[in-house]
Design a protein around this ligand. Structure first.
Ligand SMILES: [Zn+2]
Length: 286
């Protein structure tokens, strides 16, 4: 029997929603070996635990499952492999949040839950409670009045990310467009371009929050928002998704120059793409 086929004599049960790397790290601590060595015990070719979490093939899942005497489907669910490509930029590189009710308290190493990395969540997928910042202190969201819409947006983004579901436009694309800069009218005295986003047209409190609280929104390349600002974006996604493409064209009128052109061609491209994939799936049904 090769090294990769060997089963571990003692296996620790995974916690609900535990991330694969966390499970491996706990085993490594138990066997007093470095975590990567633990993983390479069955996958010698893999270079990092993060790779195992993000991109793992079925054959690798089978090898891990064999070593841990686990069901391959259980191992696969502990990774982000199922997350659709369009939603991958919403997976954080480190834990950003936690659920105080579901974070297991143990005397051993704390397991890290998968939900701690998901940039579209404001509630815990296990118990439904609001998530808290990873750095401890609770921070009340200035957007609590949009809570119900934010929950709808969270569900839309979750359906896209975890189950590949899309409507007339991928919700993650709506989120990206809503974070583009806009030009407010009339132009304020102290105009700081990064404080004015398209999202502020439909969630007007956003402009004030960004100006007064000095909160920084991420750049266009990333849609990962701090937890207390996230409800605004989720509510915005829900509102645009419900209103349809006309709302995006209205939002475009709040932009200028190159940004406006980029926003317009992004809408055309995405709506076109979605229409084509809908048509091809309908043809498929005939
Ligand atoms: Zn929970």
């Amino acid at each position: 029997m090769g090294l990769s086929a060997r089963q571990l004599p003692v296996r620790l049960a995974p916690y609900p929603d535990e991330l694969l790397s966390s499970w491996i790290i706990r085993h490594a601590a138990f066997y007093a070996v470095p975590p990567l060595a633990m993983l390479q015990h069955c996958l010698p070719e893999i270079q990092s635990l993060r790779t195992a979490d993000l991109d793992i093939t079925e054959s690798r899942v089978a090898r891990i499952a064999r070593m841990f005497s686990a069901d391959p489907a259980t191992v696969l669910r502990m990774t982000f492999s199922n997350i659709t490509q369009s939603s991958r930029r919403l997976i954080a590189s480190e834990p950003r949040q936690l659920c105080c009710s579901c974070s297991p308290i143990t005397n051993e190493l704390h397991p890290v839950l998968r939900s701690r990395f998901l940039g579209w969540r404001i509630t815990c997928p296990l118990c439904g409670n609001l998530l808290q910042n990873a750095d401890g202190g609770p921070r009340r969201s200035p957007f609590s009045r949009y809570h119900n819409s934010a929950l709808i947006g969270e569900q839309l983004l979750d359906d896209e990310a975890e189950r590949g579901m899309q409507n007339w436009m991928p919700p993650s694309e709506i989120a990206r467009l809503l974070l583009m800069r806009r030009v407010p009218r009339p132009l304020p005295d102290r105009y700081e371009p990064s404080n004015y986003r398209v999202l502020g047209v439909i969630i007007p409190d956003l402009d004030d929050v960004l100006r007064v609280q000095n909160s920084k929104l991420p750049s266009r390349a990333s849609t990962l928002l701090p937890l207390h600002l996230r409800p605004a974006l989720l509510a915005g996604v829900a509102i645009v998704q419900r209103s349809g493409p006309e709302m995006l064209h209205m939002l475009r009128s709040h932009m200028m120059g190159e940004n406006k052109a980029r926003f317009g061609s992004a809408i055309d491209e995405i709506v076109d793409c979605a229409r084509q994939s809908r048509t091809s799936s309908q043809l498929h049904l005939i």
